[in-house]
Design a protein around this ligand. Sequence first.
Ligand SMILES: [Fe+2]
Length: 460
Amino acid sequence: MSPLQPVATDPTAQAPTLSLLASWIVVLSLLLGWLAVARPAPLAAQPTGVSWAWSGAITEGSAVVVARLARGVSEARLVIAPDGTDAEVDALTVPARGYASPDAHGLVRFEATRLSPATRYRYRVETREGQHLEGRLRTWAAGPFSFRIAFASCATTGSNHRVFDAIRALTPDLFVHMGDFHYLNIGRNDAEAFRRGYDRVLDSSRQSALYRAVPIAYMYDDHDFGPNNSDGTSASRPAATAVYRDHVPHYPLQAGADTIQQAFDIGRARIIVTDTRSSREPVDAPRPRTMLGEAQRRWLEDELTRAKDAALVIWVNTVPWITKGNESTHEGWAPYAEERERLATLIDTLGLTRRLVMLSGDGHMAALDDGTNSAYMAGRGPDSRGFVVIHGAPLDRWPRTKGGPYSHGVSRRDHQFGLLDVADTGTALEVTASARDAYGQLVPGLELRLRCDQTGCATR
Ligand SMILES: [Fe+2]
């Protein structure tokens, strides 16, 4: 028989085949439909010329943008314009307006210092060939200024979970990443391994989109500094610190210091970010031990003293402060109790206990304490009150509780973060601290509303 000749078929015999085919089509359509619902619309593909870009070190008049160019791209420039306009501003001071060549690792770093306060900007890192990546930022203002901070820690290396979209959707002015940016646990002095870590995280489309939409303040914790529970003796320390300095848009670091702590103002709030890994003594070192190292502790004491008139102090301390459930634990500040008491005593002496909010990560949980359990000053009694402590984690990592107890409880779930809203009325700061889920929704019970003036913060 010729292959082109129609084949006589028995229609009754073909019916079951057709119905089976139809069933498969229905199943396939349902599956495709489910996939379309379960997977959000893809983000715009990234051009190949600029691998990633992020901003930070925001002040009322300046910003830093760091980008990585693809191999073979010889130059790029930063174009910056007030959001909603094409009016490019001449803000760049480093390098001077024009194109910059990347370093040996493809990095370009731009500093804009002639920005206007409280202004939203759109920026574009653009290669000479016209390939570009866009980002956004808002400058702060000196004096009364309302702002929103999102904060979190702990995401499996290169996570592309939708929680990053949820954070972006809330349009914070700053994202404070409190460590475990990746879980590579690099235990050797290997700068290239740390560079790969940044690439793996920043190549994630959802994380990249968040970091381009929201300026960052990033402090590493153990897994992105060295191995689990790493301290200042980790062989990885020089590489972790050096690669951080190059890759992260950060506030000025202390000259000559081997720690990366930072402090800055947003409106009338003072933000202090401490480095709890680089100079940490091992938990089995003789007591009293230091978590911060002598030099950083002196720096912190100076910073707190200088901040004593701030309307609000936000201390980003990556690891659990409260360990009253078990003071013999190796978790958080428990093994460094003497240093904790010394700092708590200074904070109290300065009158800051009622004007300080601590943001923390490390524990894979969200938790909130209104001061009931956080008092560690010398001479404290059972009724002594400390400052507010809020944990916002984990971004994408299995849940685990650390420290505590916490007055408002613990949410031991995955895909969480924290949100701090500060509305400055000119006479007072209305502060709302809350924990959020993977959809940006409030985690029930984990919210605290404060009103802060020069006499301190009180719940409202
Ligand atoms: Fe973690």
